[in-house]
Design a protein around this ligand. Structure first.
Ligand SMILES: NC(=O)c1ccc[n+]([C@@H]2O[C@H](COP(=O)([O-])OP(=O)(O)OC[C@H]3O[C@@H](n4cnc5c(N)ncnc54)[C@H](OP(=O)(O)O)[C@@H]3O)[C@@H](O)[C@H]2O)c1
Length: 252
């Protein structure tokens, strides 16, 4: 089913922005959340120019009070929340020898703390109505510890595991849970990665995500070829993975 209202974090750019525009194109009213007001206002005007409704809300997902207040504001403005998408994310493409404590905290604060807080703080709004859809935008990178991506891969593994438990615990409540695991999507975040096989545009990713979410799958991973390669790589012995990474998949 297509929701009537959607709350999207990280909607000032990339996948979140494209999701907001795609949902609005379908007549869905959206609350768009991020830290950069100017970019959010641009998304809201783009949506408005096409006859849609987007409520911009400035919030920092690393700050729990800010997330709670954004959810309350969106719930009031939209008259209820049908779907909440924890999409805000921070990237990190740093070799382990060059990682700083600040890198680790930045990624964990947004991808783990921010996503968990968004999903948990949203839940009462959905449980009250005995329906709704919680969505987390994780990553194929969460399926393995990728080179130069320690905090990022680990943060997405944590998010996917959290979503799996939410799905089990919420069975029978009317609230559905989906873990979206993108491969490479052309956004500000992924431009820091030198090789991006099977790259999708943000618009294509948003179209496919919106279409898949109608069926509320447990996991939606894309694109299929990359998802299959990552799944198959889990079956390889660690020595083979280290060899391949050392031969050039990893930068020094
Ligand atoms: N692009 C890819 O290849 C790819 C692949 C797999 C998964 N993903 C995931 O997709 C999601 C969207 O990323 P993207 O690729 O679209 O990157 P992006 O264009 O850099 O967008 C990231 C979004 O997150 C928001 N954000 C970051 N920190 C925030 C904070 N503390 N509070 C609120 N919002 C915050 C940013 O807005 P502000 O800066 O305005 O706050 C921005 O809107 C992320 O979870 C990412 O991990 C992306």
């Amino acid at each position: 089913m297509t929701p009537k209202t959607v709350f999207i974090t990280g909607a000032s750019s990339g996948i979140g922005r494209a999701l907001a525009i795609e949902y609005a194109r379908k007549g869905v009213r959206v609350a768009i959340v991020a830290r950069r007001k100017k970019e959010l206002d641009e998304v809201a005007s783009t949506v408005g120019a096409k006859g849609g409704v987007a409520v911009p809300i400035v919030a920092d997902v690393a700050d729990a009070a800010s997330v709670e207040s954004a959810l309350a504001e969106a719930n009031d403005a939209l008259g209820g929340l049908d779907m909440v998408i924890a999409n805000a994310g921070a990237g990190c493409t740093t070799h382990a020898t060059k990682l700083t404590v600040a890198d680790v905290l930045r990624v964990v604060d947004v991808n783990v703390r921010g996503a968990f807080v968004t999903l948990v703080a949203a839940l009462p709004y959905l449980l009250d109505r005995k329906r709704g859809h919680l969505v987390g935008v994780s990553s194929l990178a969460g399926r393995r510890g990728l080179p130069h991506a320690g905090p990022y891969s680990a943060s997405k593994a944590a998010l996917s595991t959290f979503l799996e438990t939410l799905r089990l615990d919420l069975a029978g409540t009317g609230v559905r849970v989906t873990d979206v695991q993108p491969g490479f999507v052309d956004t500000d975040m992924s431009r820091a990665t030198p090789t991006r096989p099977f790259l999708w545009t943000a618009e294509k990713a948003a179209k496919e995500i919106v279409s898949e979410l109608r069926h509320a799958p447990a996991v939606y991973a894309f694109p299929l070829p990359l998802s299959a390669v990552v799944s198959a790589s889990r079956l390889l012995p660690d020595g083979v993975v280290s060899y391949v990474a050392g031969r050039g998949l990893a930068r020094k």
